[in-house]
Design a protein around this ligand. Sequence first.
Ligand code: 13P
Length: 248
Amino acid sequence: MAKRLVIANWKMNGSLALADEMVAGFAAQSNVDVIVVPPAVFVSRLIERAQGSFEVGLQDVSQFDNGAHTGDVSASMAADLGATAAIVGHSERRDEHGESDAVIAAKALKALAAGLMPVICVGESLAERESHQAEARVRAQIEAQIDCLALSGDIAIAYEPLWAIGTGKSASAAEAVAMLKEIRKVLREVAADRADQIRILYGGSVNGENIAGLFSHEEIQGVLVGGASLDTEQFAAIIRAAEKAGPV
Ligand code: 13P
């Protein structure tokens, strides 16, 4: 049995005040792993103030170790601060920064090598879903991570259909579960010996209202929460729902 994993992705939002509010309002639950992922500039503040009550991650890490890469942050720098996870391959980075599957695979490897848990995001666009390409797209995104999947170290996969991100229109639990089952199947094909240890999360318009329905399915082992994670009360409600739903 694994604890459900609840991850807050603040994206380019938040402030020192929100970081402090998150710490003050946080109530740990024994059966839930929580990772808060603020913009990189707030990571050390959260780590210092959270004192281990929740973990802190990065929204991205470089595919390089160090050097002339202005604006980038390396996985080892993040680990040095005490961060424990790094989101890689978020669709916003794929779209806005042109990140390919190969670049994302290199980033995931750097995260693992530094001892961070890569949270590898996959998901299809609306056009891909409507043209029945969703499963093939997600399969290709996972197969691109084969080197990372062959290594030991904690990894999570987050299924985030692009049409559900920031739209207020979550995938239905049935749609999410169907894709999560498909992802598990692909993992068993490409990484048979560890496929069942990898937690698979859903992300896309998760909030305090739809969370109980999502967590009523054992396939949804966690959630990656964007907008609702900026509201400390709503985020706390999502964590409580994970506790109530129990480990999977
Ligand atoms: P929203 O929860 O705002 O839809 O964002 C989802 C997401 O992209 C989390 O990484």
